[in-house]
Design a protein around this ligand. Structure first.
Ligand code: NDP
Length: 445
């Protein structure tokens, strides 16, 4: 890391003790942008990097609610409004017991550069709660969402901060959150949340967008190597929103997904994952993935298994942060994997990234490869602002073009800075430059 950046990083560590994930994400970006400072020393003089690493606002609040037995439960809510140089804060809400300030800050930091890469007018933010929706009734989830939004609503607005979903937050949760926002504000402000249901201002393709966008991005990565999905074997971690629609797109583009996973285990189906079965289990029944083997008799289930041990040409981590380690990367490389693209945020550890890049595996970071979700959220905001509703095909075409543009820009930037084919550096430099230039223009804020 550049000497000046070392000092900034040391300071970030001192100011954010114990925030492991946040510090990891800052380090990854700072380690990439040395060449930018050499070319544009003004960014250092104006302390743009120090400012970028400090969220504009961090909100932590109590979320009291009553469970079905009438017992009072207390959770903690977060919203980190990281950077609004490019537009209103934009980024999802995560409901998962592991949520803490460090995780929300790392996600908000990553989101800032991801949103910049889309080329759309959106700043970066992230939020959530340590609430676990698993095993809760619809009524409990609704009461939690209402309490969460009662506090969060005062910090939102279509020109201020526009949340969406993430782990544990899908259409059901967004519906309850929007309902409570509408009730409190007495405004039908569709543009205040994205990922909404179609009956109340949602956009076609938003549900599929992150996974589809990932598929389009990988198509471009393969094309850049003179290849295609045709005949390629893929594995996808997770079985949630991103994973399901990544599987769907890979299959549409000619690839075969032979394995996926959830937080309990891995399923392997050599004939290709059967999507209607997977959707029924995870989207409708909200059941463990193990149930898949009851319906697809030739598939196998490995409780607590490691997905990355399965031989594949393309690996798509789509579950959660730090799920793919250095050792997993070595296994994938040994088994002939050629392309790794992240549907999840920061799923590959720093050691894993290093091993992929050293081995010449095409590796795309989440901030580029999973940007299709937030880009389509921005398209949802456009439709809400113009009271319009675009067709599936029209929005999908736009998504594919956005992903191609992000892909090409990452490669061009990597070339420009002397690291051809390095998507990670290309994405970090390009995202950083866009945010830094806007911050410079806006003065000392
Ligand atoms: P979901 O809640 O829909 O699905 C998450 C999936 O990952 C589930 O199958 C879950 O298992 C599994 N999972 C979660 N935590 C763990 C863990 N600790 N170990 C193993 N498996 C785990 O979330 P999304 O699909 O929306 O999000 C997945 C990732 O994609 C996250 O990193 C998110 O930040 C990122 N992302 C999401 C976007 C979106 O539009 N939704 C946009 C961009 C990035 P189980 O089913 O057992 O709970």
């Amino acid at each position: 890391m550049d000497e000046k950046l070392e000092a900034v990083f040391w300071n970030v560590q001192q100011r954010n003790p114990g925030e492991v994930e946040f510090i990891q994400s800052v380090k990854e970006v700072l380690a990439s942008i040395g060449p930018v400072l050499a070319k544009y020393p003004k960014f250092a003089e104006q302390k743009i990097i120090e400012r970028i690493c400090e969220p504009e606002r961090q909100i932590i609040f109590r979320v009291p609610w009553q469970d079905d037995r009438g017992e009072v439960q207390i959770n903690r809510g977060y919203r980190v409004q990281f950077n609004s140089a490019l537009g209103p804060y934009k980024g999802g809400l995560r409901f998962h017991p592991s949520v803490n300030l460090s995780i929300i800050k790392f996600l908000g930091f990553e989101q800032t550069f991801k949103n910049a890469l889309t080329g759309m007018p959106i700043g970066g933010g992230k939020g959530g709660s340590d609430f676990d929706p698993k095993g809760r009734s619809d009524d409990e989830v609704m009461r939690f969402c209402q309490s969460f939004m009662t506090e969060l609503s005062r910090h939102l607005g279509e020109y201020t901060d526009v949340p969406a979903g993430d782990i544990g937050v899908g259409k059901r949760e967004i519906g309850y959150l929007f309902g409570q926002y509408k009730r409190i504000s007495n405004r039908y402000e569709s543009g205040v949340l994205t990922g909404k249901g179609l009956s109340f201002g949602g956009a076609l393709v938003r549900t599929e967008a992150t996974g589809y966008g990932l598929g389009y991005f990988v198509r471009e990565m393969l094309a850049a190597r003179g290849e295609s999905f045709e005949g390629k074997t893929c594995v996808v971690s997770g079985a949630g929103n991103v994973a399901i629609y990544a599987i769907e797109k890979v299959e549409q583009l000619g690839g075969r997904v032979v394995a996926c996973s959830d937080s309990c285990g891995v399923i392997i189906d050599e004939q290709g994952i059967d999507l209607p079965t997977l959707k029924q289990i995870k989207e409708v029944d909200r059941a463990p993935i193990e149930k898949y083997t009851e319906i697809r008799k030739k598939s196998q289930y490995q409780r607590g298994g490691n997905l990355w041990n399965i031989k594949c040409d393309v690996a798509l981590p789509c579950a959660t942060q730090n799920e793919l380690t250095g050792r997993d990367a070595s296994t994938l490389i040994r088994n002939g994997c050629q392309v790794v693209a992240e549907g999840a945020n920061m799923p590959t550890t720093p050691e894993g990234i290093k091993r992929f890049i050293d081995a010449g595996v095409a590796y795309a970071p989440g901030k580029a490869a999973n940007a299709g979700g937030v880009a389509t959220s921005a398209l949802e905001m456009q439709q809400n602002a113009s009271r319009d509703a675009w067709s599936f095909e029209f929005t999908d075409r736009k998504l594919a073009q956005i992903m191609k543009d992000i892909h090409d820009r990452c490669l061009e930037t990597a070339d420009e800075f002397g690291v051809p084919g390095n998507y990670a550096l290309g994405a970090n430099i390009e995202g950083f430059m866009r945010v830094a230039e806007a911050m410079q223009s806006l003065g000392l804020i």
